[in-house]
Design a binder for this molecule. Structure first.
Ligand SMILES: [Fe+2]
Ligand SMILES: [Fe+2]
Length: 183
């Protein structure tokens, strides 16, 4: 059987590294030890283009769709719960970005708004990734028939072609901020 989830588990690893940076930098920002607001703009770029366009797009357009085609209900189901979390995540990110942009141009009192949405996103995505890695993906590997899988793998490749170099570019972004933090 062709594997259709381990590529996603790998992408989760990079997303979790960015989430950890968001959490650590926000803790420092709350105590006044971090004020690189541009980091949040980069984190939003990462989340929109890597977590959402690159990763969630594969889930929403291919993996989840295949599960529904294979008989999982679209409503009140694990897939519906995962889609709802993707949307909740997008709302946190919009609010975090708006506050970070204000902070960037010198507006006061944005830290608590950045922090509220940053922590909200971190908690949501950790829980979400945990559910996908440990429940939904193993379920997908159990139930999806071999006949559906080659088209899915092709679909992933096409999705990646739409974002050429994204994997590499965002891995370097995460590494750059991890190095800064270690310094
Ligand atoms: Fe997801
Ligand atoms: Fe995911």
């Amino acid at each position: 059987m062709k594997d259709v989830t381990s590529v996603m588990v790998e992408e989760h690893k990079l997303i979790l590294r960015m989430i950890e940076l968001v959490e650590k930098n926000t803790r420092l920002a709350e105590t006044g030890l971090f004020n690189d607001w541009a980091f949040y703009i980069d984190a939003v770029d990462f989340i929109r283009n890597y977590a959402d366009r690159f990763h969630h797009a594969k889930e929403e357009d291919i993996l989840f769709k295949s599960l529904v085609e294979n008989g999982m209900p679209a409503e009140n189901s694990p897939v519906a719960a995962m889609l709802m979390a993707h949307d909740q995540g997008r709302a946190y990110v919009r609010n975090m970005e708006a506050a970070a942009r204000k902070a960037l141009v010198g507006e006061a009192d944005q830290i608590s708004i950045v922090a509220e949405n940053a922590y909200g996103y971190v908690a949501l995505l950790r829980d979400h990734i945990d559910k996908e890695n440990n429940i939904l993906y193993p379920l997908a590997e159990r139930v999806l028939p071999e006949a559906m899988r080659p088209a899915m793998v092709e679909g992933y490749a096409r999705a990646e072609e739409k974002a050429p170099g994204a994997g590499e570019r965002y891995r370097r972004m995460v590494e750059r901020y991890e190095t800064k933090q270690a310094a």
